[in-house]
Write a protein that binds this ligand. Sequence first.
Ligand code: FAD
Length: 413
Amino acid sequence: MAKILVVGGSLGGLFVANILLRQGHDVTLLEKATGSLDGRGAGIVTHDALAQALRAAGVIVDHTLGVPVTQRVTLGSDGQSLGEIELPQILTSWSRLYHMLKEAFPVGRYLQGKAVKAVSQDTLSVQVRCEDGSEYSGDLLIASDGIRSGVRAQVAPQIQPEYAGYIAWRGVCDEACLSQYTLDTLFDYFGFCLPNGEQMLGYPVAGSGNDTRPGKRRYNFVWYRPASENEELVSLLTDDDGHYYPIGIPPLKVSWKHIAHMRTVAREILAPQYAEILEKTAAPFLQAIYDVRSEQIVFGRIALMGDAAFVGRPHVGMGVTKAGDEAMVIAKHINNLGATPDALQAYSDERLKLGQQVVARAQYLGRYMQAQGSKGSRDAENLKRNAGTVMAETAIDISDLLAQGRAVPESAH
Ligand SMILES: Cc1cc2nc3c(=O)[nH]c(=O)nc-3n(C[C@H](O)[C@H](O)[C@H](O)COP(=O)(O)OP(=O)(O)OC[C@H]3O[C@@H](n4cnc5c(N)ncnc54)[C@H](O)[C@@H]3O)c2cc1C
C-alpha cells in the first residue's frame, strides 16, 4: 500500500483518488476551497469511457446518469430546421458527477481549505506545504488542480493557458418556463445555431435534485462569441462595482449590462427558441476559452492530469472524460509498477500525445467556427454544409480517432 497525495478535489482529483483508494492505497486529497464546489458547472456530454471511469471510481452508473437525446438539429435564425442528424448521447451535469464521485470518497480523506503552496521531492518521497502551514508527504503526488494549476506553475512554469479569442456564455433554463414552440422544436435535441463567426449549442439536462422527468428538466446552453483580449474580455470580466477578475468572473458577479446586451444580440441573430431560453435563464454566466498544451506531464514523483495537464476547448466535449481516462491509466501503471516514478513515466508515455491530440482537435473545431465568420456562411447552401459538419464533429466520442492518431482531419493540416 502506497501513500499518495492528490491535489485538487474537483472531478479529476476525485476520479484518481477514488480509483487509487479502491486499489488499496492510502490516499489523501487536498482541496483549496472550503464548502461544496457545487454550482460551478453546467452540462456535460458523456461518452462510454466516462461510464467506465465512474465504475472504476466506485460509482453505480445507471439510467439516472443523465438525459438521453437521439438527434441533433441546427436551427436557422428564423427558427426553422437547417438539418438534423441522428446521434444518441446521454447528457449529464457537472453537479451530478461531482456528487456521485464525492459520495464515493471518505470524508476524512478529503481535506478542504488546503491550498498547496509548495511542492518538493527527493529520491524517496514528495512533500507539499499548504498556505495554512500544514505539511504532507507521500510516495507520489497527482496534481489535478485545474487550468491555473499551482503545482504546474512550480514544476513547469513555462506552460501557460493561451486565450482562444472568444468567450462562452453559459447557463441552464428550466423546461417549465419554455413555450410549447421551443419545447417541440428544440428541447429534446442536442441543438445548434450558427451565426457568422459564432456558435450556440444546447441540450437538455436534469433539473433540480437530478430530476429527469419531463417538465422538470433544464436546457443547458453554451454560446461562443468572439471577444478581443485587451478590451472586450477585460470589460466582460469586470463586475458592476468595477472589480476586475482576470482569471474568471464568479457567475453571480457578471454585470447586468453585459447580460442585457447579450440578450439583445440574441434576439437579433439567434433562432427565437434560443433567444427565449436566454431571456428566461435566471443567471447566465460567462467563461473565457483557453488552450493548455503541455510538453511534459510527469516530473519524477509528480504527475499532472485533468485540466492541469491539458485543456481542450469545450467544443470537443472531452474534459471530464479525459480526466477519467487519465485517472484510470495512472492507476493501471501504479498497479503494475508500484507507486514509483516509473509508473508515472508509463502514464506519460501513454497519455502525453493523446492529450496533445485532444487540444489540437478542440482548436480545429474552434478554428472552424471562427473561420465561418469570414467565409460568408450566410449563403444558405454554405450554412447547411457547415451545419452538417458542426453537428457531426462537435462533442462526439473520439476514442477511435485518438487511437488512430487522426483527431484532426488530414485536410485541416
Ligand atoms: C463551457 C465549458 C463546457 C464544458 N463542457 C464539457 C463537456 O461537455 N464535457 C466534458 O467532459 N468537459 C467539459 N468541460 C470541461 C470540464 O469541466 C473539466 O475539464 C473537468 O472538470 C476536469 O477538471 P479538473 O478536475 O482537472 O480541474 P478543475 O475542475 O478545474 O478543478 C481543480 C480543483 O483544484 C483546486 N485547486 C486549485 N488550486 C489548488 C491548490 N493550490 N491547492 C489545492 N487545490 C487547488 C480547485 O479549487 C478545484 O477544485 C467544459 C468546460 C467548459 C468551460
